[in-house]
Design a protein around this ligand. Structure first.
Ligand SMILES: [Zn+2]
Length: 80
């Protein structure tokens, strides 16, 4: 499942739930595998600081999911 794709709302990053139970952020500079939602939020904030565009709805999705599901991806929900 993807949170945002390249170019969607002008996004510079591609963020998705990966099949090893975590999350992946990919941009032109790097591909990062990230274990928790808090770490991903911090990672995406760094992108914004560096001038990358990350749509606000991506932050909202991670915040909402963290509140409802906790830090880790639900292992029963990893079909993408
Ligand atoms: Zn990244």
């Amino acid at each position: 499942m993807s949170y945002v794709r390249w170019g969607s709302d002008g996004s510079h990053v591609y963020v998705y739930a990966n099949c090893s139970g975590g999350f992946t952020c990919a941009c032109s500079k790097e591909t990062s595998n990230i274990a928790t939602r808090t770490e991903m939020i911090n990672h995406l904030r760094e992108h914004v600081k560096q001038g990358d565009k990350v749509p606000l709805r991506v932050f909202k999705a991670f915040l909402w999911e963290r509140r409802n599901f906790g830090e880790k991806q639900d292992p029963g929900n990893s079909i993408s």
